[in-house]
Design a protein around this ligand. Structure first.
Ligand code: HDC
Length: 279
């Protein structure tokens, strides 16, 4: 039996992540460890759950004809239990299947994980990652309960958004972002991308998600839940346009790709941290 993996990080990882999701040199709270407000952009909390051998083994044993080249990230949900997110820590992450659904020739796997502080055993955050795998087979089955926010659809209202912001990704966005941990060749290797039927390497879904989360954090403040569906691909260098609508402590958002008039993230929202004692 493979032990649960330990993931440790420090200020260097935090700065690299923050830069990877669009922080710039003048935003000292994101890029300078000596700034009094130095902080972790909350979507960082998915990093320990990705691309560990154990993570992949946990869901791939439920599948037949699994080809990693044909895997796309479909949705992602993060729950953060405690703030501030530490600048330096070591967490132990356990993985468990949530559900498998066969849809035509595709299989959709929802894969859960919980990360606990290695020294205290306290749960710091949990994740639900939905993987959309083309030309694959699995038996439809619900394994565990999902969190409500993760399965809510969050349809964008027809009203004018209260917030709109453009994000200019760079041609090197994926080359930089992959250093935060997800070394999937789909995001860097043209031959691999071609095998997956894309004309060029595509941006990590979690990079678009983090870029969006950063501008929402700057506008609305801290959130302890975030969920979104990846409805379209993004190529490094494209312009993202984030739209947001506020409904109490929930902010619904969408992220569009300006150049191709497509939607990259939909059915998405953050839950703002309020003074309520439910943290
Ligand atoms: O929506 C299409 C698409 O291309 N989305 C973009 C995907 C993307 O770019 N993702 C990010 C990049 S990939 C990535 O970052 C990988 C990363 O490196 C590794 C992550 C995992 C690491 C693992 C660690 C070990 C697509 C292709 C996803 C779906 O499009 P269509 O086939 O046209 O689907 P559609 O006809 O609209 O719907 C069919 C049924 O599927 C459901 N569905 C659609 N999109 C979904 C989705 N379910 C979950 N997530 C999505 N994104 C629909 O609801 C529909 O179901 P039903 O028939 O019940 O209505």
């Amino acid at each position: 039996k493979m032990p649960d993996p330990i993931f440790s990080w420090n200020d260097r990882d935090v700065i690299l992540y923050n830069l990877g999701v669009g922080a710039h040199r003048k935003e000292l709270k994101y890029v300078y460890e000596n700034d009094s407000d130095f902080q972790v952009i909350p979507t960082f909390c998915h990093l320990p759950t990705f691309n560990t051998v154990k993570s992949q083994v946990t869901f791939s044993r439920l599948l037949r004809n699994f080809n990693p080249m044909l895997l796309l990230h479909g949705e992602h949900y993060i729950k953060i239990n405690k703030f501030p997110i530490p600048i330096e820590a070591a967490v132990k992450t356990s993985y468990y299947p949530l559900e498998v659904t066969q849809k035509g020739t595709n299989t959709i796997v929802v894969h859960g994980s919980k990360s606990v502080d290695e020294s205290t055993g306290e749960e710091l955050f949990s994740n639900e990652a939905t993987l959309f795998i083309r030309k694959c087979e699995g038996d439809t089955k619900q394994y565990n309960e999902r969190r409500t926010f993760a399965t809510t659809q969050f349809i964008a209202p027809k009203t004018e958004p209260i917030f709109t912001k453009d994000i200019h990704t760079t041609d090197d966005q994926a080359a930089l972002y992959r250093l935060t941990g997800d070394r999937n060749p789909l995001h860097i290797d043209p031959a691999f991308a071609e095998g997956a039927k894309f004309e060029n390497p595509i941006l990590h879904g979690m990079c678009t998600y983090g870029l969006t989360a950063k501008v929402l954090l700057d506008e609305f403040g801290l959130f302890d839940e975030i969920k979104g569906r990846f409805t379209g691909i993004v190529f490094p260098g494209e312009t993202l346009r984030v739209f947001a609508w506020k409904d109490g402590d929930t902010v619904i958002f969408q992220t569009h790709v300006v150049e191709r008039k497509t939607i990259a993230i939909n059915n998405a929202a953050i839950k703002l941290v309020t003074d309520k004692p439910n943290l």
